[in-house]
Design a protein around this ligand. Structure first.
Ligand code: ADP
Ligand code: LRH
Length: 495
């Protein structure tokens, strides 16, 4: 078959992009049609996603995608960050801006939820990590607000964009798994858990799997973007991490991945969920992947720590470029100061340099005095958290790995990639950077029949067409095992 043309919309927590791609046997050529910032807006103390600005960026991107040399896309796929949703009334109108998962409206909610459904039972049914921000906790918080009265539908972010493009509502499966309300065995809603928490299963649109048809562009969208009305929207792994894992260029199953962006999602790919008590206490999550896979992973705080430091220095009127900060950090002695990069204290927005300093003080670590020292502390602490997650994933799942794949924007951070190889004692293969968009394109292409095959075949296509960089672990790069003992062990999830 000859290559097909597809557009991928990938909305990350820090930026959105639309890529146009030609995909066929031995062909995976992509052009970035449009990139735009994703800047959450704080109103009255609540951080919101500016979802109309994002949708505007999607329309601009689709218009641009139609004009690249790749040709007119026949299908569009949408992926975005997980857990968040918009509420719609009976007429399909959005009821207010989606609230950012970093909002503190869920404070105290997990405790209330666990009083009704114990944490151990939730994990036994859904296999989903304990986190303040899961959709389950957000919905329980939202249900207590007046806005919820007229709400008839909750659409996850990529499903909301898809709805606006096509007029058809659905809930894509990989992202549905992040709600904490899905049973990964049946791949259906856990209506039992929903009933125990007074959540109406009818709030969610019908489930659809990656590869399924999700509608065609409305006349209005066609006029806005200049794309033909016949252009399809295809469900992809609409959870950005699910799409990113599709595009991990692994040769076989013995790999760990780090999907490295605002978050670092660190884990392995399995055929079945692991829901042991040990796994629950280690706060590993079982999110659904494409083709019946399970993404068994831990959320590590990620480059958010660095983004939020940069935002703080900007606010102070002392902006620093990423390149300069990474150069400065490279000159600081390795393993100087370490913090627990999974500490929920780092979750909300705020003065991150001070929060990092405070964590160092608490742990008896040298307190960073300069931006370079702060950034070095963040990168070393992330690498140490990756080491722990890669080791824990293997121990808890029984899967052995011999390589760590780093995908996403963080794959461009050479200092972090080398530290990751050193910390894990394993080779790191870095790239592709736009893994989520590539995984999105590949699943569309397969649904359209322009590339055949299994997940392994799709990965081979990424491996043979995309630039990758390899880092070997250096035996003399510091004592990471001893470093791991410097930090107190935190219990990851509630009893
Ligand atoms: P998200 O999808 O969560 O918005 P991305 O995958 O786009 O995140 O990754 C964004 C991050 O990638 C940035 O915060 C930055 O730390 C890192 N990054 C991007 N470009 C570079 C670069 N040239 N060098 C080092 N790091 C980079
Ligand atoms: C990464 C991501 C991650 C989720 C978080 C909310 O963008 O989707 O997989 O845990 O955002």
């Amino acid at each position: 078959s000859s290559p097909g043309v597809f557009a991928a919309v990938d909305l990350g927590a820090s930026s959105g992009r639309v890529l146009a791609g030609r995909v066929g046997p031995e062909v995976l050529s992509v052009t970035e049609a449009h990139r735009f910032v994703n800047r959450p807006v704080r109103v009255g103390g609540t951080p919101y996603w500016d979802v109309l600005a994002l949708y505007g960026g999607v329309l601009d991107g689709l218009r641009a995608a139609g004009r690249t040399t790749a040709g007119t896309p026949t299908s569009i796929g949408i992926d975005a960050w997980a857990v968040d949703f918009g509420l719609l009334d009976a007429s399909g109108t959005l009821l207010g801006n989606p609230v950012h998962y970093r909002d503190e409206r869920t404070a105290g909610v997990p405790e209330r939820v666990h009083a009704r459904v114990p944490a151990a039972r939730l994990y036994a049914v859904t296999g989903i990590q304990h986190a303040s921000f899961t959709t389950l906790h957000q919905l329980v918080a939202a249900a207590a607000t007046p806005q919820f009265g007229p709400a008839r539908r909750a659409l996850l972010i990529p499903d909301l964009i898809s709805y606006w493009l096509t007029g058809e509502a659905g809930t894509e499966l990989t992202n549905a798994s992040t709600t904490g309300l899905l049973d990964p065995d049946t791949r259906r809603w856990s209506t039992g858990i929903m009933a125990e928490l007074d959540l109406d299963p009818g709030l969610f649109a019908p489930l659809r799997a990656p590869g399924a048809a999700a509608g065609t562009l409305t006349d209005d969208v066609s006029a806005e973007t200049g794309l033909p009305t016949g252009v399809r929207v295809t469900a992809v792994g609409s959870h950005d991490t699910a799409s990113a894992v599709v595009a991990v260029p692994a040769r076989d199953e013995r790999f760990a991945y780090i999907s490295s962006g605002t978050w670092s999602l660190v884990g392995v790919e399995l055929d079945a969920p692991v829901r042991t008590e040990e796994s629950r206490r280690a706060n590993f999550t079982n999110e659904l992947g494409v083709d019946g896979t399970v993404r068994y992973l831990r959320n590590v705080m990620g480059l958010w720590l660095l983004q939020e430091c940069m935002r703080h220095w900007d606010r102070l009127g002392r902006p620093r470029s990423l390149d300069r900060l990474l150069d400065d950090a490279a000159r600081v002695a390795p393993l100087r100061s370490l913090v627990d990069a999974g500490d929920p204290a780092f979750l909300p927005p705020g003065d991150m340099p001070e929060r990092v300093a405070a964590a160092c003080r608490r742990a008896g670590e040298p307190v960073p005095r300069t931006p370079g020292e702060t950034v070095r502390c963040i990168l070393d602490s992330l690498a140490l958290a990756y080491r722990r997650a890669v080791r824990d994933a293997q121990r808890l799942s029984g899967r052995t790995v011999d390589v760590v794949h780093v995908v996403g924007g963080g794959a461009l951070n050479t200092l972090l990639c080398q530290a990751t190889a050193d910390a894990c004692g394993l080779p790191v293969v870095a790239g592709p950077t736009e893994a989520a968009a590539l995984g999105n394109l590949l699943v569309q292409a397969r649904a359209a029949g322009t590339v055949p095959g299994s997940l392994a075949d799709l990965r081979a296509l990424v491996r043979t067409t995309q630039p990758l960089r390899r880092y070997e672990p250096r035996p003399d790069a510091g004592d990471w095992a001893r470093a791991a003992d410097r930090l107190p062990k935190r219990t990851e999830s509630p009893a």
